[in-house]
Design a protein around this ligand. Structure first.
Ligand SMILES: [Zn+2]
Length: 501
């Protein structure tokens, strides 16, 4: 690793040095190397190749045929058989159970059933006590030392038309959000055939359109039960919207939204993040970068023409789209890292609409506007990310960086994650402060890595003021956790100022 790093660095330095006199060793390159894609894991590559546009089509079409999946339809007594949100829930549960049967009972299929109480608050979309059913299937990790650690993928299976009280008219929701529901189900199908040291949960929830009620209940359950949930991937509107006349849609891009300052941060925590410029290194943002990192391996776009089967995640550095919300937010509010996948360009004639043609425009979230090849690509990206994180050791714990000394070194400490195999290695990654994604990396062993009682101390000879650092845990096959940003340790007198009175 060291030789490769130095060789790479030297090559670049010589190029730079040609016109500037004696070669100058830029500290970033002298001490690390440009970050490269990790090697592909053959098992993960085979799993994601198995994602099937035909299977996704079948699941979406079946869900659309439940006619109206408005969350509040669960309380109606006059719905025709085989329609409504509860019929859809039964179908999803049966699909998870069938997937489990195919893998010898590898999934534990669970329901989280609850009553969302009526609210008379202005704008409330739950006006009578309403039954909601979250459905999730657990693929338990195979390593007892690591199986407590979890990663979750979710989508919402409820939908709506214009009138939030309409529980009977056709509300297909083929994109919003049977596409995301189908991603969870397809991830379950293709990943259940493999084994991972950590646990993966495949979830679908209702209540999104009423105020994120299903995901809020699941996130609170996760917190109450103490789930060691390291990442939540929410897929909402990933249908690829194929509308005639839409010429700017991209079928090789998917947006990845992530919060900066955590939704549950205290005022003091917010002040610290802003004071030290760490607002773009929060756990959700590092999870988004993990998607980019995994995609460099499984969906390469650098140096080659983008093949039709490829897809590029584009990091959108905000919680969600303007004026819109999604289920990842429920998990963020409980303190979990969570991000949202959404197609490149949405068509608002096809969201939350009554199915109709008006003024020559076709309204409604219809099956014919979905692109099942695109949804399969998004499912592959989710599956590759889940599989990589569940194969890698957990992220380093208690990472800190001393900012007490005025020097050009960066001294960092971190603790070995629970259950990490003995051959786990750690990678320091960094980027310049105006960059959005990691640029450089090196093994921690390059930096006089001292280990004492499971705590590593390293000294990187780069000024902490010029870069943002992250630290990741990796296994011998090259699966790496999401990075964690070391929290700066500064003298109290240099910390956030108290509020002025
Ligand atoms: Zn949605």
């Amino acid at each position: 690793m060291l030789k490769v790093s130095v060789a790479l660095a030297t090559g670049i330095i010589m190029l730079c040095g040609a016109s500037t006199g004696p070669a100058q060793k830029l500290d970033f390159l002298a001490t690390g190397a440009p970050l490269k894609a990790a090697p592909a894991d053959k098992e993960i590559a085979a799993a994601i190749r198995a994602a099937s546009p035909a299977k996704i089509h079948q699941n979406i079409e079946t869900l659309v045929n439940f006619k109206n999946r408005m969350t509040t339809s669960s309380m109606e007594t006059d719905l025709p058989a085989g329609t409504g949100v509860l019929a859809a829930a039964e179908y999803i549960k049966a699909q998870f159970e069938a997937i489990s049967k195919d893998c010898g009972g590898c999934l534990e299929v669970k329901e989280d059933v609850f009553i969302q109480p009526a609210s008379s608050a202005p704008g409330s979309r739950i006006t009578r006590d309403t039954k909601l059913v979250n459905i999730y299937a657990i693929l338990k990790g195979t390593d007892p030392a690591q199986s407590k650690r979890m990663y979750l993928v979710t989508g919402h299976y409820d939908t709506r038309v214009i009138d939030m009280t309409n529980t009977h008219d056709f509300a297909p929701g083929a994109n919003d959000d049977t596409s995301g529901t189908a991603v969870s189900m397809e991830c379950a199908r293709i990943l259940s055939k493999r084994k991972f040291p950590a646990t993966i949960i495949f979830a679908t929830v209702p209540g999104e359109e009423q105020g994120l009620n299903g995901s809020a209940h699941l996130a609170k359950l996760a917190k109450k039960e103490g789930w060691d949930l390291e990442g939540v991937l929410n897929n909402d509107i990933v249908g690829g919207n194929t509308t005639p006349g839409e010429t700017h849609q991209s079928k090789t891009r998917v947006r990845v939204f992530s919060e900066s300052v955590p939704q549950n941060a205290t005022v003091d925590e917010m002040k610290r993040l802003i004071l030290y410029g760490n607002e773009s290194d929060t756990p959700s943002r590092e999870l988004a970068r993990e998607v980019l990192d995994v995609s460099r391996t499984y969906f390469p776009t650098v140096g080659v023409a983008v093949p039709p089967a490829s897809i590029k995640p584009v990091m959108e550095m905000r919680l969600d789209r303007y004026g819109r919300g999604g289920d990842h937010r429920s998990f963020n509010e409980e303190g979990f890292a969570g991000i949202r996948f959404t197609e490149w360009r949405e068509d608002y004639h096809h969201q939350h609409q009554d199915v109709r043609t008006e003024g020559g425009i076709e309204y409604g979230d219809l099956l014919k506007f979905d692109d099942f090849d695109y949804i399969a690509k998004v499912a592959r990206m989710n599956a590759a990310t889940l599989a990589t994180m569940a194969s890698a050791p957990g992220a380093p714990k208690s990472a800190t960086m001393s900012a007490r000394n005025q020097d050009n070194n960066s001294v960092m400490k971190f603790t070995v994650p629970d259950g990490a195999p003995g051959d786990t290695w750690y990678q320091v990654v960094w980027r310049e402060t105006d960059a959005s994604d990691w640029q450089y990396g090196a093994k921690s062993s390059l930096y006089d890595d001292k280990v004492e009682a499971a705590t590593h101390t390293i000294t990187v000879p780069i000024s902490k003021d010029n870069v943002f650092f992250g630290i990741r845990s990796c296994d011998t096959k090259g699966h790496c956790s999401a990075a964690v940003a070391p929290a700066p340790e500064v003298p109290v007198r240099n910390g956030p100022r108290p509020a002025r009175s």
